[in-house]
Design a protein around this ligand. Sequence first.
Ligand code: ADP
Ligand code: MG
Length: 313
Amino acid sequence: ATPTAVMVATGVGAKNGVLIKGGDALERAQKVKYVTFDKTGTLTQGKASVTTVKVFTSMDRGEFLTLVASAEASSEHPLAKAVVEYARHFNFFEPSEATNKQNDVNDVRYAGWLLDVADFFAVPGRGVQCSIDGKRVLIGNRKLLTENGLNIPTLVEDVIVELEQSAQTGVLVAYDGVLIGVLGIADPLKREAAIVVEGLVKMGIRPVMVTGDNWRTAQAVAKEVGIHDVRAEVMPAGKAEVIRSFQKDGSIVAMVGDGINDSPALAASDVGMAIGAGTDVAIEAADYVLMRNNLEDVITAIDLSRKTFLRIR
Ligand code: ADP
Ligand code: MG
């Protein structure tokens, strides 16, 4: 294509909220053979909500939720945001069950309701860890707990399996070496997700899902959206490995993602597409930014490339 054609296409993209970082990226998109989607925040709305709260100790729900929210408040993960939102709502709008802290509900910041947190860090593909009141807090999946020496009783395992079979993520909470509760979090698919997957298949492109989430939840979500090729329990570096495995035979591979954990895969892919609402790290690693956060723009981007480069041949 002429430089002018590339400029025009870049402009058309921008007008539709598809930001393209350069002519090479625009050119590669026409040949895409695989589109690899992250699950959380990409295929799903990333607006997860808490559906289940089970507390296994004498701690009341308000206290439990405050503890969990305090730890998750430093995380950017969609699951973390869901937990904080739910805890805030629970503690301030259901006062009968809430702790008897004096808070002004008119204060939109609800300053001061979270506990002090030290030594916070996010464990990629696992969850978060920190200390509160000098006690260690772990919040995340099975791996996070077992790798820290906790075992998961059958009763708790049963609760998690049930959540996962209904496409939810089970989040485990440990405090001071004790498994004190489980949260069930549902994150609905984006409305257009299934249509986009179907559209890609019709274009001769193979959709794939790659996620750090567990197999059972991943498969339940994949089934809903119509993706047959699923890679679950994949660490951030593993996502990039998946991309490279598809590239081995020379195939052009696109990756669509939103999280810090997707940035290695976005960088490894031939056509990295970041969700505009995603994290800065993902946006930096990508060749395209989908500003409308709408997956239809994955097709828009590929179409734009095909039209730009086929027309002048
Ligand atoms: P995805 O690839 O679907 O975006 P991630 O790699 O970000 O998933 O996370 C994988 C899994 O690790 C999540 O499904 C969840 O079980 C756990 N996890 C990650 N971050 C958190 C968090 N902040 N709070 C609770 N669980 C988390
Ligand atoms: Mg994600």
